[in-house]
Design a protein around this ligand. Structure first.
Ligand code: NAI
Ligand code: MG
Length: 491
């Protein structure tokens, strides 16, 4: 006891958080110089190509196929054939075996996938290793469990697969978004044509090797790479029965217009501008960790990022003070270093967008704070940023920045917090920090958001449905709800 008593107060945050470099080895990844499209279980040479790079170094990684409408057509035909040729009529318990195999293989090869994900996308290895990969495997495990229980999930509704699903995914969680799309589709007996985002195709291409190892029948999953034009060709293809899209609200609206009247099923997982709301009775240090995780996780390239922080006025000063101090300890740099907290911005284009909105924030009169920070010379980087003195009308409080930039606003009463939090065209997620359970429930009932986290943030689980209100899209992914978009019912 005496020992403890003599301990001084908690030491102040050291000024220098320099760590020795702890780089994860790249050796485990074997890149091909050139990749084609994966169609009908085979690699098809691409007629048009582009280069994929590492955003942390701008180093070229590989040559990638730019899918043409003809490539998409071949992929859809292969998927249709595989659908008719047995996959859709396979007993659910048999389909489950493939999904379980895929899940196990992802776990076995998780280090390889994590390194490749960080290399191609710029996210810190500790996140791809501890979040993306375990969650991707968990999604396959979870939906494997549903494959033979669809009749119980939807009693008396005679669930049947929809057919060929066209799936278009973004670059912020490349492999995880692939898992969110492919696992429920296959569990329900559909076949798939998936297009990864143009900046991050490599883990989807490596995933084709997992499919080979799992001996998944040819044509059940087809991967066509390319940019928005390839995506548009998937959306427009008459042989596709369902489109699942995750990406910008702008493209989501475009897709919805293209599909109007086509009879194709559609789910859209779009942008967000989530409110993270901190009441004066919350545990402040925990809240600060949640705020940091909410907006600086994955460089803020997160649709459900807590990008608008609402602080109750009475704790505004101490909270912002703690937050700024915490920011000084974030390590920005090499994504493959195990100590890195904030990696590279995914692309030059995204960096431009972040810079533009930050400039608008300053222009409109917000006060900017950025901790001292040395950025690597090559690659795309942005210092973790906090804006205070933000009005609700500012662009940085209205528009999705999709970068490590937080806007801080204040409120006095719970009613005001709800009103301000809901004052957005989006409605994907929200966070509430308070010690009162009754207040959490009161808030959760009133926040127009698909997910409301209480005293935590950015927590994901395959059994929990995820999706939006308003311009954040419609349809749910994850959980029992995530099966429905991939089924039709013969009631
Ligand atoms: P995007 O929506 O253009 O790209 C997402 C995916 O859609 C990519 O695979 C892309 O190739 C594809 N795509 C693009 N145009 C298409 C079209 N006409 N038809 C079919 N598919 C198409 O997003 P982008 O340009 O990469 O990012 C712009 C902004 O969108 C970001 O700054 C961010 O605010 C937001 N965004 C939101 C995401 C989310 O998870 N909610 C993910 C990615 C971006
Ligand atoms: Mg775009």
């Amino acid at each position: 006891m005496a020992e403890l008593d003599r301990k001084p107060d908690r030491a102040p945050v050291p000024k220098d958080w320099t760590y020795a470099p702890a780089p994860e080895s790249r050796e485990i990844v074997r890149l091909q110089d050139r990749y084609g499209h994966f169609i009908g279980g085979r690699w098809i040479e691409a007629s048009q190509t582009y280069e994929t790079i590492s955003p942390a170094s701008e180093e070229r990684l590989a040559t990638i196929g730019e899918g043409t409408p003809e490539d998409v057509d071949r992929a859809v035909s292969a998927a249709r054939e595989a659908f008719a040729d047995g996959w859709s009529s396979l007993p659910g318990s048999e389909r489950a075996k493939y999904l379980f195999r895929i899940a196990r293989l992802l776990q076995e090869r998780s280090r390889e996938f994590a390194v490749l994900e960080s290399l191609n996308g710029g996210k810190p290895i500790k996140e791809s290793r501890d979040v993306d990969l375990p969650l991707a495997a968990a999604h396959f495990f979870y939906y494997a469990g549903w494959a033979d229980k669809l009749e119980y999930a939807f009693p008396n509704r005679r669930p049947k697969p929809v057919g060929v699903a066209g799936q278009i995914i973004p670059w912020n969680f490349p492999l995880l978004m692939l898992a969110w799309k492919i696992a429920p589709a296959l569990a329900c007996g559909n076949t798939v044509v998936l297009k990864p985002a143009e900046t991050t195709p490599l883990t989807a291409l490596l995933f084709c090797d997992v499919l080979r190892q799992a001996e998944l029948p040819a044509g059940v999953v087809n991967i066509v790479t390319g940019d928005g034009r390839t995506g548009a060709a998937i959306v427009d293809h008459a042989g596709v029965d369902k489109i699942a899209f995750t990406g910008s609200t702008e493209v989501g609206k475009l897709i919805q217009r293209r599909l109007a009247g086509s009879g194709k099923k559609l789910t859209l997982e779009l942008g967000g501008k989530a409110a993270n709301i901190v009441f004066d009775d919350s545990a402040l240090d925990q809240a600060v960790e949640g705020i940091v995780n909410g907006i600086y996780f994955n460089q803020g390239h997160v649709c459900c990022a807590g990008s608008r922080l609402f602080v109750q006025e009475s704790i505004y000063e101490p909270l912002v003070e703690k937050l700024k101090r915490r920011l000084e300890t974030l390590r920005v740099g090499d994504p493959l270093d195990k100590n890195t907290d904030v990696g590279a911005i995914n692309s030059a284009m995204q960096l431009e967008k972040i810079k533009e909105l930050v400039a608008a924030g300053k222009e409109e009169g917000a006060e900017i704070y950025q901790p001292p920070c040395r950025l690597p010379e090559k690659g795309y980087w942005f210092v973790p940023t906090v804006f205070t003195n933000v009005a609700q009308s500012y662009r940085i409080a209205q528009e999705e920045i999709f970068g490590p930039v937080l806007s801080v606003l204040t409120f006095r009463t719970p009613e005001e917090a709800v009103e301000k939090a809901n004052n957005t065209p989006f409605g994907l997620s929200a966070g509430v920090w308070t010690e009162k359970g009754s207040r959490i429930l009161w808030m959760a009932q009133r926040l127009r958001a698909g997910v409301v986290w209480a005293n935590t943030y950015n927590r994901f689980d395959p059994s929990s449905p995820f999706g939006g209100y308003k311009e954040s899209g419609f349809g749910r992914e994850g959980g029992l709800h995530g099966l429905e978009p991939y089924l039709r019912f013969e009631e």
